[in-house]
Write a protein that binds this ligand. Structure first.
Ligand SMILES: Cc1ncc(COP(=O)(O)O)c(C=O)c1O
Length: 489
């Protein structure tokens, strides 16, 4: 088992869009389709009980296949190898990795209460929640943390955005500004509704460029969606100013950034609305889950109806009402979420401590720059973003850190696939007419947002997780510094 802990991916791994194959490109250049797997496989590789997790995963999606054989094939082909790593780097470890007896008890108690649905916990007189309603508790606590009048728990971050589009009457033919590097689900929701995504470049901090937003306005622009990337804040002050000046709605995607603040003000509260995800891979998790924070009480009421088709009983004042869907959270998810909320401060401060180690160790390097936080920014930074001077250094640094056992990612290379980059939003790209055919015109796509690709191609990311020890962080920072100082020229 000890040996297995030091396995790491030894090749470029591509995801064959739409089919879910992982194609491994070996250092020799040979291409091997591994098996119908999902990209999350890669995340497990960085976790401690690698083989157990990978086996469960393979069993889940490909019953009948012997997972150990798959792993052996990968080892035989050099796709995963034992590293000489002298330290562990469980880089994608957040709230889910802390799930413990508290979560178990809380969920079990909900099961035993037999009240799994939010409104089971409502008193008949006056629609007040009883003290034991976990969803209510979850919402109240986040509302307090964000210091905002309303917070509504829903079933996912994607549902949260979907509901917000309805609540703000953003509809077919309207334009919504989004960054060229963003979660692909944002684009899907817009396209699905016939809303036109207007793609803007990113800035050097990898997030929506306010300069480009200013250029891309039209009379049809209804909203801006900005995304806070992996616990770090977008240039939210300037975006809020632009939105206000032009009287358009600003929605903050905080799915990856719960707990991050700028000068004490929490992300999600700068725009007209913010939304969060409590998916397994987020800082804190309900398994699946999401939430919306909002200041405007009328929009909040609308959201309650939009996300809960049967809720009209509580809002007879806005009859004939608003047609809704069911995006409700269950008590089971909220029970988990409440326990995880207790852990949030600890998670954020651990990630911040790790990040600070790199800030102090990598300061002043000429050819490698650690992407800085904004003044008075504090949050659960989930990736070190290292910007390098040129692509040769990028390749060398990726290889070097991978050999140390780190799951380093070059955000953009010609032959990699990253579904957060506009290049790979096939259906959106065709629908909005950037190219006729995503398959045939891929090369032309590189010319549309060259600044985005330039920035991404100079950036590599190293995942930070709460399972990483401060000692390992310090050691890696020293290794990167040594790598830098050994570079020629
Ligand atoms: C930036 C961002 N936005 C939105 C979402 C969607 O959240 P969910 O998976 O809860 O629908 C995610 C989840 O991966 C995300 O990372």
């Amino acid at each position: 088992m000890n040996k297995i802990k030091n396995l790491y991916v030894n090749c470029k791994v591509r995801f064959n869009h739409g089919k879910g194959y992982i194609i491994a490109v070996l250092p020799s250049g040979k291409v091997i389709p591994i098996i119908d797997l999902h990209m999350r496989l890669l995340e497990y590789i960085s976790q401690e009980s690698f083989r157990d997790k990978i086996c469960c995963y393979i069993n889940d999606i490909e019953p009948g296949i012997d997972p150990n054989k798959v792993i052996d094939i990968m080892i035989d082909n050099g796709i995963i190898v034992e590293s000489e790593a002298s330290y562990q780097w469980p880089g994608m470890t957040y709230g889910a990795s802390l799930i413990d007896k508290e979560e178990e008890d809380a969920v079990l108690n909900v099961i035993r209460s037999r009240k799994l649905f939010r409104h089971e916990n409502i008193s008949v007189d006056g629609y007040k929640y009883q003290p034991k309603c976990f969803i209510n508790d979850f919402e109240e606590r986040i509302k307090k943390m964000l210091d905002i009048p309303h917070f509504l728990a829903v079933s996912s971050g994607t549902c949260a955005l979907d509901a917000l589009l309805d609540a703000f009457d953003i509809t077919y033919g309207d334009e919504v500004i989004i960054p060229s590097f963003a979660y692909i689900g944002i684009v899907s929701i817009l396209i699905k509704r016939g809303i036109v995504p207007v793609i803007c470049d990113i800035d050097e901090f990898l997030m929506l460029s306010s300069a480009d937003v200013e250029k891309k306005f039209s009379a049809k622009t209804k909203a801006i969606i900005c995304m806070h990337y992996r616990g770090r804040a977008a240039q939210i002050h300037s975006l809020a100013e632009i939105a206000k000046k032009n009287k358009i709605i600003l929605i903050e995607d905080c799915a990856q950034a719960i707990g991050t603040s700028l000068n004490g003000k929490m992300l999600g509260t700068f725009g007209d609305a913010g939304y969060f995800s409590f998916h397994q891979h987020k800082l804190i998790t309900c398994g699946e889950g999401g939430g919306i924070c909002i200041k405007n009480s009328d929009i909040y009421k609308k959201l309650q109806l939009i996300t809960d088709a049967s809720r009209l009983f509580a809002h007879r004042d806005i009859l004939p009402g608003i047609p809704g869907s069911n995006y409700r959270m269950s008590e089971l998810h909220a029970a988990l979420g409440c326990c995880q909320l207790d852990r949030l401060d600890g998670i954020v401060s651990k990630l911040m401590e790790l990040y600070e180690i790199f800030v102090s160790e990598l300061e002043g390097l000429e050819k490698i720059r650690l992407l800085p936080l904004q003044p008075k920014e504090y949050g659960g930074v989930q990736s070190l973003c290292l910007q390098v001077k040129d692509r040769v250094i990028r390749e060398k640094l990726v290889e070097y850190t991978r050999e140390l056992g780190i799951d380093t990612v070059a955000l953009y290379t010609k032959d990699s696939y990253h579904h957060d980059i506009y290049l790979n939003w096939a259906y959106a790209i065709e629908k909005i007419g950037l190219v006729d055919s995503w398959v045939n015109d891929r090369d032309r796509l590189h010319e549309i947002y060259p600044r985005t690709l330039e920035i991404l191609s100079h950036t590599i990311t190293i995942p930070l997780g709460i399972g990483v020890s401060k000692q390992s962080a310090y050691q890696l920072a020293c290794d990167i510094k040594a790598f830098h100082n050994n570079l020629e020229g």
